[in-house]
Design a protein around this ligand. Structure first.
Ligand code: PMP
Length: 422
């Protein structure tokens, strides 16, 4: 029997509990931020909530000395905008390097991933334009789209046939191309959906966009560095030519253990953004040590540090993710998402189960992030596990045992279970 009484979905005694979400007082760089220290009774716990997909949010033998050198050379901040003295050789190197990593002709970088979406969309799109957005796109996209003044239409999450329906409706099917009522149409999707753990149906989406001559915008916050044979994201994983994606966006806050975001595209588009984007013209440039962390971690991923650690990290995150997902499924949980994705939501459904699940996991020193409305629909609450290459098999086994026990207690195993093999 579950010891928690669910008075109502937002019952005060449960939802106001201070330990329903984990409060961190310390993260340990020297163990890849894999464990956290909390302020309450639990002193150290296994971190299953970090976007530290490749374990670069840590002291790294290749990255860290270079980041420290950069800090000494340039200081933590340029204290200047890109156009007023805030562009160093490192910033130019970063943009070239990122463009070549994501296989696009050019790139522009920003100090924050969120701002990358919310500041770029109003520059690319405006009055008389149409944005067609996946229904589960991130808030930074939603805000950017709203700020653009373009008309926004939403298609059902990851359903290319519905995207086609929306497009047909919007371009007056049967009319000659010259009668197109929109200056520009852009379709915005994510590589891996952050609350679903699902891979974008990118080849199908691109086919629809080509048919209706719409531009494509791909947010790779959770996929760049984390999937694909050489970490180049969903295009590499799904065999998509990056020339077929007009605007490639991503963040450095996950696989690369840094901060900031990028837009990669054609020389013309990037040049246009550099001349016109207010966040580029009026915002301080990305911190030089953060820029160095990005360059160095990508070098490790590509084996340019002279080791094969990058390839090992990529193999490890894939192996860890697929192992963890399949074991959770065998236990009877409803787990969203696709193979190879390090993001795996375990469905709780009832929002009242959030504090119970989170608190019981914490009692066993396992920290999980739980998410609910407005980040998800009201009755689709979930625990969102993020797997890292830095998790050992032992860590994962421990986490599985705890989650299984808590799952029984809270009553969220919706399918018949198979026994857990050691
Ligand atoms: N896009 C997506 C899909 C995200 O999930 C996030 C944040 N997790 C962002 C953009 C914003 O990135 P950042 O946290 O680096 O600002």
């Amino acid at each position: 029997m579950c010891p928690y009484t669910f008075k109502d979905c937002f019952g005060r005694p449960i939802s106001s509990a201070p330990d329903a979400w984990f409060d961190v007082v310390e993260r340990y760089s020297n163990d890849n931020n894999k464990t956290l220290k909390r302020s309450t009774k639990v002193s150290r716990c296994l971190n299953l909530g970090s976007y530290n997909y490749l374990g670069f949010a840590a002291a790294d033998e290749y990255c860290t000395p270079r980041v420290i050198e950069t800090l000494k050379k340039y200081s933590p901040s340029t204290c200047s905008t890109r156009v007023d003295g805030g562009t160093t050789a490192l910033h130019n190197e970063l943009e070239k390097f990122v463009a070549s990593f994501v296989r696009k002709p050019a790139a522009i970088v920003f100090g924050m991933g969120y701002v990358t979406n919310s500041a770029i969309l109003p520059v690319l799109m405006g009055k008389g334009c149409l944005i067609i957005s996946d229904s589960l796109n991130h808030n930074s996209i939603v805000n950017g789209a709203r700020g653009s003044g373009a008309v926004i239409r939403v298609f059902q999450h990851n359903i290319p046939s519905h995207l086609e329906e929306v497009l047909r409706e919007q371009i007056a099917d049967g009319q000659p191309r010259t009668h197109r009522p929109w200056k520009k149409i852009i379709v915005i999707v994510e590589g891996i959906y952050s609350m679903e753990g699902e891979l974008c149906k990118l080849p199908e989406i691109i086919a629809v966009c080509k048919k209706y001559k719409a531009y494509t915008y791909l947010d790779e916050a959770h996929s760049i560095g984390a999937v694909g044979k050489t970490g180049r994201g969903v295009c590499e994983l799904l065999g998509v030519d990056t020339a077929d994606v007009d605007i490639m966006m991503g963040t450095f806050t996950k696989s690369f253990g840094s901060c900031g975001g990028y837009i990669a595209g054609s020389e013309e588009v990037i040049k246009y953004l550099k001349y016109t984007c207010p966040a580029h013209l009026y915002g301080t440039s990305i911190s030089p040590p953060a820029a160095q962390q990005i360059i160095s971690s990508i070098r490790v991923i590509l084996g340019e540090d002279g080791s094969n650690r990058g390839a090992q990290k990529l193999a490890k995150i894939r192996e860890n993710s697929n192992f963890f997902r399949s074991e959770l499924q065998k236990m009877g949980f409803e787990v969203l998402g696709d193979n190879d994705s390090p993001v795996m939501p375990i469905m709780l459904y009832n929002p009242a189960k959030i504090p119970a699940f989170s608190r019981e996991c914490l009692k066993h020193n396992v920290a999980v992030v739980t998410v609910a409305f407005p980040a998800t629909p009201l009755l689709l609450a979930r625990a969102r596990i993020c797997i890292s290459a830095s998790h050992s098999r032992e860590d994962l086994m421990k986490a599985l045992q705890v989650i299984s026990k808590v799952g029984d207690l809270v009553g969220i195993k919706y399918f018949p279970a198979e026994p857990l093999k050691q």
